[in-house]
Write a protein that binds this ligand. Structure first.
Ligand SMILES: *Cc1c(COP(=O)(O)O)cnc(C)c1O
Length: 384
């Protein structure tokens, strides 16, 4: 039972759909799948923009989102309040961009005011792009994309590039209504598909920037993907069976509907947080900026409970896999992924198992049964 923030569990429908002999990517059979998948990707992104698929994990899509629209020396602002924000800054530096990071402590959201000030101060319009990790998976913090985007729109020139890897298909991201230029996501997170596909949505403003962007690119040249997508195929051999799985998962998502998907994630987040609080564990992110896809927590001080021991027992006794912390938070926090193919039963199971494991490790600063009682109360709250 995978309770990590990616790869996430894959529904049997998607697995079985992909359990077939590969078909040729120049066949009419494949074109039909591409046509449907492309339409449904646009539905998921709430956009008429191109939504292109590249073979690779999310980082390949991140790299594509940068090198197709920017030139060496371009000034960009990158929000950094965790591992993935930092990765964007690293990619930008490797390609010789003039990267200015706007940082916040891990566990806190980006300060929208700083973006607003920097953008307003840029009177000769040198800032070419603002890059935001919408949901910081390393800490379980969701950034205020709407407010930051508002300042970018007021600036007028800069592109807004969004890492939506753990927010797309989790919270509302109306790409067209907000004018989001480039939006990046990956198959193994909210999509309920195994790893291996990256997605990039591209606005017409971003395509204009593409015309003058001078960074070298070949495999990740998105214009090639656009041209071939117009023929319902791909420039290079795609992971055909993954695209079959995607066809099935997107059908499931359409059936559930966007607003129900978003409400389900909010409800499950509320339940898991209520359960963890009742176990007297410390939540790493405050409720105000809590992520609806991943929750990070730590044993409360002065407890000497080991994060690694908790993970080992969760996996050993129950085969429930939790994630640890990343970089300096390794061995400091645990992370529970609750995005994609996830339901009430998963949350109840995970919290009940955690209670058993904590008791076994001698943690007794909670009343037995309270956690499940809190979870069940939260799960009954239908409206958010
Ligand atoms: C998972 C993730 C990525 C991509 O990581 P890959 O391992 O390359 O798929 C990017 N950004 C965020 C916020 C993520 O959670």
């Amino acid at each position: 039972m995978l309770m990590i923030p990616g790869p996430t569990s894959v529904p049997e429908e998607a697995l079985l759909t992909s359990a077939k002999h590969p078909i040729g990517h120049r066949s009419s059979e494949f074109s039909e799948i591409m046509m449907e998948v492309t339409q449904n990707l646009k539905w998921l992104h709430q956009t008429e923009n191109d939504v292109l698929m590249v073979t690779g994990s999310g980082t390949a899509a991140m790299e594509a989102a940068m090198i197709n629209f920017l030139s060496s020396g371009d000034r960009i602002l990158v929000g950094c309040n965790g591992k993935f924000g930092n990765r964007w800054a690293e990619v930008g530096k490797i390609f010789g961009l003039n990267v200015e990071t706007i940082t916040a402590p891990w566990g806190k959201p980006l300060d929208t005011e700083i973006f607003s000030q920097k953008l307003q101060a840029d009177i000769d319009r040198q800032i070419q792009a603002v890059i935001i990790t919408h949901n910081e998976t390393s800490t379980g913090v969701i950034n205020d994309l709407g407010s930051i985007n508002y300042s970018v729109k007021a600036h007028g020139k800069a592109l807004i590039i969004v890492d939506a890897v753990t927010s797309l298909g989790v919270v509302n991201i109306p790409v067209d209504a907000w004018g989001l230029d480039v939006v990046v996501s990956a198959s193994q997170k909210g999509y309920m598909v195994p790893p291996g596909l990256g997605f990039v949505s591209v606005s017409s403003k971003a395509w204009k920037a593409y015309e003058i962007a001078n960074l070298p690119k070949y495999y990740l040249d998105l214009n090639k993907y656009r041209q071939f997508a117009n023929q319902n195929t791909t420039p290079f051999t795609p992971p055909i069976n993954l695209i079959m799985a995607l066809q099935a998962s997107l059908r499931m998502m359409r059936k559930e509907g966007l607003s129900s998907i978003f409400a389900r994630h909010q409800r499950l987040m509320g339940a898991i947080r209520a359960g963890l609080k009742a176990l007297n564990l410390t939540l790493f992110a405050e409720d105000k900026w809590a992520s609806p896809s991943v929750t990070a927590f730590a044993p409360s001080a002065p407890s000497k409970l080991s994060v690694e021991e908790i993970r080992t027992l969760m996996s050993g006794h129950f085969n429930i896999i939790l994630a640890g912390g990343q970089d300096h938070l390794k061995s400091q926090i645990l992370r529970i992924g609750h995005l994609g193919f996830i339901c009430d039963r998963d949350i109840i199971t995970c919290i009940a198992a955690l209670e058993v494991v904590l008791s076994e490790l001698g943690w007794d600063k909670f009343s037995p049964g309270d956690a499940i009682s809190n979870v069940s109360t939260k799960l009954k709250e239908k409206d958010y």
